[in-house]
Write a protein of this length. Structure first.
Length: 231
């Protein structure tokens, strides 16, 4: 059994889908798109590219689109931040927006087995309660649980293909990369700081290379402006 490359595009996309699991599900009924914002769980080992699991309110007509067998698009928005030219040491430069995003494509299918749907709901509760100081047990009166389940439609989306965009300023000179990383790392905006983490994950030159004596190179003389919160 081979170990997946953690730096492959698929592995990075999976990480985004797991860490930013509140997604946008887009389907089509004729020519008109329909979108729902919802949490989804990724099971990496279910299928060649993994499978997404979730549920919709039965009152939401979008689940009726699944019967067509048409491919759906699921959008996962990762961290993003405004990038000011004032971060850079080189010029000319213009403002831009750096971001991480993943598009997953697949054909949704209903989970019509009542036990399977109940198991999915229980797994979602366990997953999202895991970080709580005192996780909720999920215990409910049986009549309340049955009524709740009647109002939900569970589904799965085996992923057919993945598209990932990791726009992090890779084309900028190393000095600009380092200064952008520093600005984002120091930002009060959480998304900006997470974007800085992705710059490290991508192996970008975010820190000065060691000099001949083994010490980090001298920092650029131009002072970095104070970081602002992201838009």
């Amino acid at each position: 059994m081979t170990t997946p490359d953690p730096h492959s595009l698929e592995a990075k996309c999976s990480r985004v889908m797991e860490r930013h699991s509140f997604a946008t599900l887009v389907t089509f009924a004729g020519a008109a798109p329909t979108a729902t914002h919802l949490p989804l769980l990724l099971q990496r080992d279910a299928g060649p590219h993994g499978t997404l699991f979730g549920h919709l309110a039965r009152a939401n007509p979008q689940w009726g689109h699944f019967a067509s067998g048409a491919e759906a698009l699921v959008i996962f928005q990762g961290p993003h931040s405004y990038i000011s030219p004032s971060y850079y040491a080189t010029s000319p430069a213009v403002p831009t927006w750096n971001y991480v995003a993943v598009h997953a494509y697949g054909v949704p299918g209903l989970i019509e087995d009542a036990d399977g749907a109940a198991a999915l709901l229980a797994e979602m509760v366990r997953h999202y309660e895991a970080g709580m100081p005192v996780p909720w047990s999920g215990d409910l009166p049986e009549d309340y649980r049955a009524k709740l389940m009647q109002g939900l439609v569970a589904f799965s989306i085996p992923i057919r293909r993945l598209e990932g965009t990791f726009k992090l300023g890779q084309a900028r000179p190393p000095v600009d990369v380092m200064r952008t990383f520093e600005a984002l790392s120091q930002s009060p905006d959480q998304d900006a700081r997470r974007l800085a983490e992705w710059m490290e994950i991508e192996g970008m030159p975010v820190r000065p290379a060691p000099s001949a004596d083994g010490q980090a190179g001298q920092r650029e003389r131009n002072p970095l402006p104070s970081a602002r919160a992201g838009a």
